[in-house]
Design a protein around this ligand. Structure first.
Ligand code: SAM
Length: 243
């Protein structure tokens, strides 16, 4: 079933409306017709199964058939990623959404080429990328993207597992022993040029454990997705969904 996001303010009784770009997409691109069933998310965990009763590029009306609630996340994964160049952030946001990262914090470090103040327009595009990825992978609650911060301003949740992949780590792999699955995990990944030694020092003092992801130097986005996959496996967030 195709997934879309709806605005709870459009619900009246047993119907809701989808307007704007999503309705144009339903009518003109997907050419969905009356009686097609859809899954609809409010973005906060409410899941509606509905059936199209009327469709036009301006407005799609859906009859609500049933409602459910997405399961609560018990141990969130927060990805703090140093700003990357070009389309790499777009790619990473899409993949992190698919892999179930809960919160994404863009961070600025010494070797980042992008500047924080130049990001406002990008943030709107990033939101769109996250929503599109949610629709594609059937994720009811989008990954939250926070305001970009300097590494030294990164706020650290209480009792969290603090993991920092670092290519110069020679002894500690990313193992399940480092992760208490009942607590959030904050994963910190460097930019293309890596972390400055002062930043490694800062993060170690803040409680981060440096880990190796193997003997090869990975691109930042590969490192982020590799570590995310390992942590999600340990958190049992890659288990099959109950039906
Ligand atoms: N400093 C390096 C350089 O310029 O040659 C490479 C930085 S790497 C491209 C970007 C980020 O990916 C690093 O800051 C680190 O967080 C992560 N990373 C890459 N390879 C890794 C590995 N083998 N083990 C752990 N982390 C790695």
């Amino acid at each position: 079933m195709r997934c879309f996001f709806y605005d709870p303010a459009t619900v009246t009784g047993k119907t809701l409306r989808i307007t704007g770009q999503q309705s144009r997409h339903i009518a003109s691109v997907l050419r969905l017709t009356a009686q097609t069933r859809l899954t609809l998310y409010d973005g906060c965990g409410e899941i509606i199964t509905g059936e199209i009763v009327h469709v036009s590029p301006e407005k799609t009306t859906v009859q609500i058939l049933s409602r459910a609630t997405a399961p609560q996340v018990t141990s969130p994964l927060i990805l703090a990623q140093a700003l990357l160049k070009g389309k790499k952030m777009d790619f990473l946001l899409q993949k992190a959404t698919e892999l179930g990262v809960d919160v994404f914090i863009p961070i600025h470090t010494r070797y980042c080429e992008k500047k924080i103040h130049a990001l406002e327009r990008q943030k709107r595009r990033w939101q769109r990328i996250i929503l599109e990825a949610c629709k594609q992978c059937h994720r009811p609650v989008p990954m939250r993207i926070e305001q970009p911060v300097e590494l030294t301003q990164l706020s650290i949740p209480d009792c969290s597992n603090l993991i920092m992949p670092w290519e110069d780590e020679t002894s500690q792999p990313l193992t399940a022993q480092l992760i208490s699955p009942q607590f959030p995990t904050l994963l910190l990944i460097g930019p293309e040029g890596g972390f400055h030694p002062d930043e490694i020092h800062f993060a170690s003092n803040a409680g981060f454990t440096t880990v190796s992801l193997g003997p090869r130097i990975l691109r930042a986005e590969t490192a982020a997705l590799t570590a995310t996959s390992i942590i999600q496996y340990i958190h049992r967030n890659l288990d099959p969904a109950p039906r």
